[in-house]
Design a protein around this ligand. Structure first.
Ligand SMILES: [Zn+2]
Ligand SMILES: [Zn+2]
Length: 159
């Protein structure tokens, strides 16, 4: 999966490279998030770090003995990350926080990949609205996540 650079930064490669928006004949529509907020309303969009052509979402992470920050791709289905500090470990779960105010990113439901894994939720509006949000798993390497509305995720999880 991920590959560590000499300075310890981890790049998680895209399995399938996504063409950026300039490609008009893109066969599949993808959501790209251009607004994202912590539970207390700070913007998480990091215009200094673009991933595959779009500013990413800056998030602080923490697990036993390790903490740091990464930037997550704003493109649906793209799990590329830029690690700014600290290190991620494949298969390991991290608690996620706002890098600005430290508020913990809310957990929505359990992810099926591991007993203690969580689907976290990031709102697309300053006031967290579960019907206007994205979710993804807090375990590195888990591909569960969606940019559809969280209400749909809850409905699917209950089927
Ligand atoms: Zn915040
Ligand atoms: Zn998972």
């Amino acid at each position: 999966m991920g590959k560590f650079n000499k300075d310890g930064r981890l790049m998680i490669p895209l399995t399938k490279r996504i063409k950026t928006a300039s490609k008009k004949d893109e066969d599949k529509v993808r959501y790209v998030v251009n607004k994202a907020y912590c539970p207390d309303g700070c913007s998480l969009i990091d215009t200094e770090h673009e991933i595959n052509g779009f500013p990413g979402l800056r998030i602080k992470f923490q697990r036993k003995g390790v903490e740091g920050e990464f930037v997550l791709s704003a493109i649906e289905g793209d799990f590329d990350k830029i690690i700014l500090s600290g290190s991620l470990a494949n298969g390991k779960k991290d608690d996620l926080f706002c890098p600005h105010c430290g508020a913990m990113i809310k957990k929505l439901i359990n992810c099926s990949c591991k007993p203690d894994a969580d689907m976290v939720v990031i709102g697309l509006t300053p006031h967290l609205d579960f019907n206007n949000a994205i979710t993804f798993c807090n375990v590195t390497g888990c591909k569960n996540g969606t940019f559809v509305k969280s209400g749909d995720v809850i409905r699917h999880a209950r089927l």
